[in-house]
Design a protein around this ligand. Structure first.
Ligand SMILES: Nc1ncnc2c1ncn2[C@@H]1O[C@H](COP(=O)(O)OP(=O)(O)OP(=O)(O)O)[C@@H](O)[C@H]1O
Ligand SMILES: [Mg+2]
Length: 374
């Protein structure tokens, strides 16, 4: 179980990187630096990944995702800032100490996972252990276990060219798992896979994560993938993290137009939950339902509601109850107490496009008053 923390990380490619960092700190933009032939790939990135979390980094091509990831395991030295891994500052380690940490505690998985063609699947999966100097028998045992975890039981003796792309990617995952590394860094690891296989791999990763509780940083271009996998998501633009939050935070309150344009195509009904869009119960008190029932208090709302659901219910499950009966869906706590309401208008408003930044209400808040009259 490991915690990862990045503080004020910068990576500048160019001739006088430190000076560039000072200019960036002073408010200079990426474009100004580019004029001197300097690229500010990552600018002032700070975040923490708790043990057992999947932290997703997304952003357009060139926004700095891979550069950020490579600083997290010391493959790239930051121009400024620190990376704390289990309390240890990776940026302060000697090259040898850093290699040792990397070999034993950190695994990296890329988009196109390169297998050794003349080694069996088992040998490929055990490669990380071989590098660590683990003896053959132990290596094979752990690689066999890892292959099973990755869904490749029975393929140990096969050759890489006998596997499909998705299966090869699973071998990569098995290699990462076999070393018992606490930190998994995944750069577009599923992006080259067919959509169905990709979804399969996402499920598998979530399933594994429930059991293994690794600390995972996952890079993707695909927002739906980000939303499925990420406990928290950082959106990068031009080297900066422009928003950091849960999938819901990002859907409900995109920080700017860039983030808003990103989330346009997300299936909001599967990400947003009743708890994220509900309005306070009081907003419907004093109103009537379609069939004339008065809603004066929480009791009335609960009695009239076509369904009572917990806060983490995805909106997609509210359509059917919402379409029957004119009363709002009740959102209840573990004891059945009323904590909020989702009216039909709230539901529809939540699925529409969010406005960027500086919104003072959640989508439900204004809509609910409209339906309350219905
Ligand atoms: N070794 C390098 N030397 C100079 N510039 C670099 C180097 N590596 C990356 N860059 C620049 O840094 C910026 C960020 O690149 P990076 O590879 O981190 O982006 P990315 O978000 O991973 O993009 P993609 O989605 O295409 O993989 C880009 O402008 C890139 O050209
Ligand atoms: Mg990249």
């Amino acid at each position: 179980m490991s915690r990862l923390q990045a503080d004020h990380l910068y990576k500048v490619f160019g001739r006088r990187p430190e000076e560039a960092v000072r200019r960036l700190e002073g408010g200079a933009g990426r474009d100004e630096l580019r004029a001197d032939g300097t690229t500010a790939a990552v600018i002032d990135a700070s975040f923490a990944v708790e043990p057992g979390q999947i932290f997703v980094v997304m952003g357009l091509s060139g926004s700095g995702k891979s550069t950020l990831l490579r600083m997290l395991n010391g493959l790239l030295e930051p121009t400024a800032g620190t990376v704390l891994f289990d309390g240890q500052d990776l940026t302060a380690l000697s090259p040898a100490a850093l290699r040792a940490v990397r070999a034993s505690k950190i695994s990296m998985l890329f988009q196109h996972f390169a297998l050794f063609p003349h080694r069996s699947v088992l040998e490929n999966a055990g490669y990380g252990l071989e590098v660590q100097g683990v003896a053959r028998a132990e290596r094979d045992r752990r690689a066999t276990e890892a292959l099973e975890l990755a869904g490749l039981k029975g393929w140990e003796k096969s050759w890489p060219d006998e596997l499909s792309g998705g299966m090869q990617q699973r071998v990569g995952l098995a290699r990462a798992l076999a070393t018992d590394a606490d930190l998994l860094l995944m750069d577009e690891s599923f992006s080259a896979l067919d959509p169905l296989i990709r979804r399969d791999m996402q499920d598998q990763l979530l399933e594994l994560q429930k059991r293994l509780k690794k600390t995972i940083v996952f890079i993707t271009h695909d927002l739906n993938e980000a939303m499925r996998l990420g406990d928290r998501i950082a959106v990068m633009r031009d080297g900066r993290i422009v928003q950091l939050g849960t999938a819901e935070d990002i859907l409900v309150t995109p920080a700017d137009d860039y983030v808003a344009s990103f989330i346009q195509d997300v299936d909001r009904s599967r990400v947003l939950t009743a708890g994220a869009v509900m309005a306070p119960p009081e907003t419907v008190f004093g109103t009537r339902t379609d069939d004339g029932r008065e809603l004066s208090d929480a009791r009335d709302v609960l009695d009239a509601a076509p369904a009572a659901v917990p806060e983490d219910t995805p909106l997609i499950e509210l359509f059917t109850p919402s379409s029957t009966g004119g009363a709002p869906v009740a959102v209840t706590d573990a004891d059945g107490g009323l904590v909020g309401v989702v009216t039909r208008a709230t539901l529809l408003a939540a699925l529409g496009e969010p406005k960027a930044a500086a919104r003072d209400t959640v989508p439900g808040a204004s809509g609910s008053r409209v339906t309350a009259r219905a």
